[in-house]
Design a binder for this molecule. Structure first.
Ligand code: ATP
Ligand code: MG
Length: 266
């Protein structure tokens, strides 16, 4: 925490900002972001989800919100609520199937607008769904925004773990706490246990393993995250256990930060 920068901003009214990162594409960041948001809500938190995948936004479809429906009130933009979650995505502003052809600096400024210019209501958690890769959006977030931490998502295969390790190294270098690692799509096909081994090797908390399950995919495609549709489903129970672990860790980080600040000020 001590190598964090002075210019990192928090978002007024939002207690914890957590980002879901993997570096590798297609390993389930957006699916985890939506289900984890609903799971955090199920354990009595006020939650928002921010789609930081500016050029490939999937949150509107996964949350069942129609494109073009970002509510605007007076001069400011307001999130759209779905399944008890406040959602913001560029995909809610643009007509369907419109490509975003922005270069790096525009992407970074688009992200900052969605964070700082949207009229978020008071939230315990804002879950940020990162795009693949470790450039633009991930760097902007890590350097300019006061994140509570990052959750690393990976599938069990070595090719995904390899990319996950690079994401861990980048966030470590920039002093962003890593809340832990989730193994996604555990199965006979992709393997089981690679995530746990990688977490152990990297000295990270292993948060749990989400199975490769058709119900999860259908939930994402139909706009009803599995945890919202069936909270008793074994995979939903795992998401809720992971949400609980993340919640406890964030509270611990917050307490440590306030005692650190108290010590500095006295
Ligand atoms: N545990 C799972 N079981 C079954 N399907 C899953 C699971 N996790 C994700 N999927 C499916 O895999 C596909 C890719 O997931 P998703 O879009 O969440 O990945 P991503 O990491 O966000 O991708 P990108 O890097 O392109 O943003 C989606 O169709 C999603 O529904
Ligand atoms: Mg995604």
């Amino acid at each position: 925490m001590n190598n964090r920068q002075d210019n990192q901003r928090s978002v007024p009214g939002i207690t914890h900002l957590i980002a879901i990162a993997s570096n590798k594409g297609g390993v389930g960041k957006s699916t985890i972001s939506t289900n984890l948001s609903v799971a955090l809500h199920k354990i009595e938190n006020k939650v928002g989800v921010l789609d930081a995948d500016i050029t490939g936004p999937n949150i509107p479809r996964m949350m069942g919100i129609s494109p073009g429906s970002l509510a605007s009130e007076g001069e400011g933009l307001r999130p759209v609520e779905a399944h008890g979650i406040q959602a913001v995505s560029l995909g809610l502003v643009l007509p369907p199937d419109t490509p975003v052809v922005w270069r790096g600096p525009m992407i970074a400024s688009g992200l900052k607008q969605m964070l700082f210019d949207v009229q978020w209501s008071e939230l315990d958690y804002l879950v940020i769904d990162l795009p693949p890769g470790t450039s633009d959006v991930s760097m902007t977030l890590a350097q300019d925004v006061m994140l509570s931490g990052v959750v690393i998502a990976t599938t069990p295969q070595e090719v995904s773990l390899e990319d996950a390790r690079k994401a861990v190294a980048m966030f470590d270098k920039l002093g962003v706490p890593i809340l832990g690692l989730i193994e996604n799509m555990s199965s006979e096909i992709f393997g089981i246990g690679g995530g746990k081994n990688a977490a152990d090797d990297l000295g990270l908390d292993y948060l749990g393993s989400i199975p490769l399950d058709k119900d999860i995919r259908v939930g994402s495609d139909t706009g009803v995250p599995l945890v919202a549709q069936n909270p008793k489903h074994p995979a939903s129970i795992t998401y809720i256990e992971i949400a609980q672990a993340i919640h406890e860790k964030c509270l611990m980080i917050k307490n440590e930060t306030s005692s650190f600040l108290k010590r500095e000020l006295t």
